[in-house]
Design a protein around this ligand. Structure first.
Ligand code: LRH
Ligand code: MN
Length: 424
């Protein structure tokens, strides 16, 4: 066990006095703090199985050591995150990077760590060894019917892996598109893709959801066949009630108003979930909240307002997943920071005085609207998160305990310097 119970308890014992002093102050200031803590304890974020090792770019990859060598070790690492922050209670697998050799054993191992299986991810953006048809020119959009059928069959295979593990959703992200004008017939690409998605949709068990993930560019740089929220919504609407859009924060053109997109997708009841990360330029897959935490807060403000307007359960009714890639940070420390940033933005959004905001909006009092929003954003809610963790049996300061327990050094001792995790 990388962080055992005694280590966690002595860590909390060292910090408890200072924490309780701070908590006694903020609970006087914040209205409904108990209800907020209840929501925080229930709010779990799925960790991507493909982001537990060091990522890289086409210019280089600098492995950090002690990376998981198997799906079992990936679940162990997520188990560690969950032990520390009691907020990482799910894993999102990517097939074929994480095909479970023994699904039953994997399911039991995950259960031992309190980990559930969130959305399954298919992969028709890489060619596997001995694959009959190449995805170089796309998958479901492909001009060749056999290539399209191969991609459909793969997605159905992914659903079967998910059924064995207890997952209840499939994320389809397609790298399909074109890189030069004239290369692609957009209408045929759309119609082929829709037809393929319809075949996959038919294979979904009744209670499953399908998430259509859109992306503005990369790896195609002229058009993407699921290029923005409108196209994803078009597919999801034509497919049926089990199909939804998936918003990856890094998949937008510069300055896109993601919070407005989220509000409208919720209004259409076609928002399925998120791939949280942050970015300055493109699909940078950086630590959540590391570049623009105000944007993240504004997105959660729309989420809380829109979900409450529809009586949705915050923890259960949308897919909450991280999708990041770590080039210069320790992958586990990066994920701890991302989970914290997501829960900070969620808590600040819960602090927004929605009644006063709606009144100010109706009074066209723009100044007051901003004051109400930023009062919530400028509230330091970290002590409320720490209290929620403490009540859930987690660490008061996960990152500090991760370091004081020498977790990375112990992982390197156990696994070696040069181990490479499957994934991005
Ligand atoms: C594409 C994407 C998609 C995954 C991949 C790992 O950029 O966001 O969600 O399949 O990253
Ligand atoms: Mn993604």
């Amino acid at each position: 066990m990388l962080v055992d119970k005694n280590l966690l308890e002595s860590h909390n014992a060292d910090l408890i006095a200072k924490h309780q002093k701070k908590f006694s102050i903020i609970k006087e200031e914040v209205i409904g703090v108990e209800a907020i803590i209840e929501k925080l304890v229930a709010y779990q974020i799925a960790i991507p199985s493909w982001a537990l090792g060091t990522g890289g770019t086409r210019f280089g990859r600098f492995a950090g050591g002690g990376e998981p060598r198997s799906l079992e070790e990936k679940i162990e690492d997520i188990g560690l995150l969950h032990t520390l922050n009691k907020s990482s209670g799910a894993i999102s697998l990517h097939i074929p990077w994480d095909i479970p050799a023994n699904p039953k054993a994997i399911k039991n191992l995950a259960a031992d760590y309190g980990i559930k299986f969130d959305a399954m991810n298919s992969n028709t953006f890489q060619d596997q060894p001995n694959q009959k048809h190449s995805y170089k020119f796309g998958s479901l959009q492909h001009v060749n019917k056999d290539t399209r059928q191969q991609a459909i069959d793969h997605n159905i295979e992914v659903i079967h892996h998910g059924i064995e593990l207890g997952s209840d959703s499939l994320t389809v992200w397609l790298a399909d598109g074109s890189s030069f004008p004239g290369q692609l017939n957009f209408r045929n690409a759309f119609n082929n893709t829709l037809q393929g998605l319809e075949e996959i949709y038919k294979a979904l068990p009744d209670h499953w959801k399908m998430f259509i993930e859109y992306k503005a560019f990369e790896p195609n740089f002229y058009s993407m066949t699921v290029g923005d929220w409108g196209q994803s919504l078009l597919y999801a609407t034509k497919l049926g009630k089990k199909a939804f859009t998936l918003v990856d924060l890094g998949h937008h053109l510069p300055n896109a108003n993601i919070q407005q997109i989220v509000a409208l997708l919720l209004n259409e009841q076609k928002l399925g979930g998120f791939h949280f990360n942050d970015s300055k330029y493109g699909d940078d897959d950086l630590t959540v909240g590391s570049i623009d935490p105000y944007k993240l807060f504004l997105i959660f403000n729309e989420l809380v307002e829109g979900m409450d307007a529809r009586g949705m359960n915050h923890a259960r009714d949308l897919g909450w997943m991280i999708d990041a890639s770590h080039n210069v940070k320790d992958p586990l420390e990066d994920l701890l920071q991302s989970v914290e940033a997501i829960k900070i933005a969620y808590t600040q959004a819960l602090l927004v005085d929605d009644k006063a905001l709606k009144e100010a909006q109706l009074n066209l009092d723009t100044v007051k609207c901003q004051e109400i929003l930023q009062a919530a954003f400028r509230t330091d809610v970290r002590t409320i998160l720490a209290e929620a963790r403490l009540r859930a049996g987690g660490a008061l300061d996960p990152l500090q305990l991760f370091r004081s327990a020498n977790v990375r050094a112990n992982l390197i001792k156990a696994r070696g310097e040069k181990t490479i995790a499957t994934g991005l």
